[in-house]
Design a binder for this molecule. Structure first.
Ligand SMILES: *Cc1c(COP(=O)(O)O)cnc(C)c1O
Length: 353
């Protein structure tokens, strides 16, 4: 049978699959790195005052851009905002990765990167992490069309130092280097301090994890005026109104409450350290995490089986059926109570085997 001409012209992509959002109630949800605590009270109070939804939002999201600029001590023309960092990253791929050389990112990393590369038809080459899941920086010194990786990396949780990041940027002054800092607030070192010096460095962060606002969809990039202006031009050629009005004003409120932010981040770090010690007692192994999750494996028990059995008990963790990491679980750090429930599950699971 003849394939219709229009069908041949459909753009076919294999989409990114986000972590499951369970429909059932009373679940312990440790599978998508959400924050277990609510946003700042300032955010919730402001939410009740939201009005004028009949009007278009400010396309430049000026209030939010200015507040982010103030927070990080950069100029407003060095800040780009978008609908979560996924939107910001997609826009950055579209804006900067247009060369003939392949872009580089790690073989084990955020699985959206190859999806965007495929979607935008950007050539790419994955660089293998070493046997301990560390990025080998020399791999990134070869000729390339751009570089992107998260720091700390996901789903490994491993964070590299600012010196390490600067080395990669220094060796790549002819490429745009994007550092995805979705988890940096949980103990990583931010590269924002380098954007003044390196015009080709873009740092991307989000309100989804450390600021408990995944549902609001706020992400941003900080870089040189040149990079930010280029992204603005692409954005305004695509959709002027990316940020909705509530996101703009609630994002501002979140930034105003530094005390609450620091408190919740600290709680999560403390829970992570305690939970990690408990996991070690059960024989689990994992790299040192600078994020709000642990990437764990067990020498005896199968990750896939534990994932499936935990799910039946309404405890959701993340399992990736992928080369090199198919015997690992990525466990989001929830409240202490949630982590205790997971520990109870593991103990029961190990006894009944
Ligand atoms: C969560 C995450 C993002 C996307 O977060 P948004 O909710 O779109 O801001 C981007 N990169 C990494 C590595 C992440 O883990």
């Amino acid at each position: 049978m003849q394939v219709k001409e229009w069908k041949k012209n459909i753009r076919t992509v294999v989409p990114y699959i986000p972590g499951e959002q369970p429909k059932e109630e009373n679940v312990i949800k440790l599978n998508t790195n959400e924050n277990p605590y609510p946003p700042s009270k300032k955010v919730m109070d402001k939410l009740k005052e939201i009005e004028n939804l009949r009007l278009y939002p400010d396309p430049s999201a000026k209030l939010l851009v200015d507040e982010i600029a103030k927070h990080f001590h950069v100029n407003s023309n060095q800040v780009f905002v978008g609908v979560g960092s996924d939107d910001v990253l997609a826009m950055a791929f579209l804006t900067f990765f247009n060369g003939k050389n392949p872009i580089f990112f790690p073989d084990i990393t955020y699985s959206f990167y190859d999806v965007w590369a495929e979607l935008f038809r950007i050539p790419y080459e994955k660089q293998a992490l070493d046997s301990e899941f560390r990025i080998k920086k020399e791999d990134y010194y070869k000729e390339n069309g751009g570089i992107i990786f998260p720091n700390p990396n996901a789903p490994t949780g491993i964070g590299e130092s600012l010196v390490f990041i600067e080395d990669i940027v220094k060796h790549n002054q002819d490429s745009v280097v994007i550092i995805d800092e979705a988890y940096v607030d949980f103990g990583g070192e931010s590269a924002i301090s380098l954007v003044e010096q390196y015009e080709n460095l873009l740092v991307v962060q989000t309100f989804s994890k450390s600021r408990s606002m995944a549902g609001m969809r706020i992400g941003y990039a900080i870089g040189s005026e040149t990079l930010i202006q280029a992204m603005q031009n692409v954005k305004y050629s695509f959709n002027s109104y990316t940020m909705n009005q509530p996101s703009i004003s609630l994002g501002v409120e979140s930034l105003k409450d530094q005390t609450y932010f620091e408190e919740t981040v600290k709680k999560i770090i403390n829970t992570r350290e305690w939970f990690g010690e408990e996991l070690k007692k059960l024989g689990f192994e994992f790299p040192n995490s600078k994020t709000n999750f642990l990437f764990v494996t067990h020498p005896i028990y199968s990750a896939k089986d534990m994932y499936e059995k935990a799910r039946k008990e309404r405890i959701y963790v993340r399992y990736f059926e992928k080369p090199r990491i198919d015997n690992y679980l990525r466990i989001t750090i929830g409240t202490e109570e949630e982590m205790k429930a997971l520990l109870t599950f593991f103990k029961k699971y190990m006894e009944i085997r």
